[in-house]
Design a protein around this ligand. Sequence first.
Ligand SMILES: NC(=O)c1ccc[n+]([C@@H]2O[C@H](COP(=O)([O-])OP(=O)(O)OC[C@H]3O[C@@H](n4cnc5c(N)ncnc54)[C@H](O)[C@@H]3O)[C@@H](O)[C@H]2O)c1
Length: 268
Amino acid sequence: MLDLKGKVAFVTGAGSIGAGWGNGKAAAVLLARQGAQVFGTDLNAAAVEATRAIIAKEGGDCSTHICNMTDSGSVKTAVDACIKKYGRIDILINNVGGSAPGDPVSMSEEVWDSQVDHNLKTAFLGCKHVLPVMEKQRSGAIVNVSSVAGFAHQVDGRVHIAYSATKSGLFGFTRATAIAYVKKGIRCNMVVLGTMHTPLVEERLMKQLGPEAARDLVAKRHAAVPIGRMGDAWDSAHAILFLASDEARYITATQLVVDGGLTAARPG
Ligand SMILES: NC(=O)c1ccc[n+]([C@@H]2O[C@H](COP(=O)([O-])OP(=O)(O)OC[C@H]3O[C@@H](n4cnc5c(N)ncnc54)[C@H](O)[C@@H]3O)[C@@H](O)[C@H]2O)c1
């Protein structure tokens, strides 16, 4: 089950901000545990090296590449490096993303543009440069990482209009890409993550709110989830693994919501 031996996985944002497990890091390690050769890319050399070291220690195979997923040339170079090293790409995990607070009036145009780049352009460029490789192979699986913020107007009463817009945009991007490539043996799906307790959350909330308010908000977030806790990076990674695996061979153009029941309990 969920055997990835012989497959090459290109994981973006395969490091993690801060100590512990981000979604990209956990996904990279889990895919490697299932036998995939992992090509981990990240802006942060130390972060992705930490992922590589974990995989190597467990006897897996991981190569790393420093890449800015918002820059087409940088992504193309990374894809070429992956092909040079492994000869193919079977799985693409478009994991790079993150939020910035603000409503249409308070958010600067610069922040809006950078959110669009960070959350949408990264997935676009990943697909742009990896799809031709998968098309030649006549096979491939893409998983885009979205958020319940794309479905809800706010999370915790905090507005992040560009994050909501771009993560919602991934929904259309995923479905349209899936249908454009369905006859070519390529599947494209999306995980929609709820409130996940990852280092990025801690780091960002600490910066935005300070330690005490950040701790309060994390406690509130745990309590708000019907299942009784926020998710963690392994909850994301298991969903990503499933959609990337051959067991999901009949699944394309859809999304797997990984939110402990959050959106069902709090629609809209
Ligand atoms: N953490 C959550 O609560 C949560 C909830 C819903 C969705 N998500 C989504 O999960 C994904 C991963 O989030 P995370 O919190 O686990 O972070 P993470 O720790 O997996 O990823 C951050 C990594 O991405 C790298 N990165 C940032 N910009 C990059 C760029 N332009 N090019 C290449 N690498 C870059 C960082 O250096 C870092 O190592 C994001 O798309 C995020 O929106 C997270």
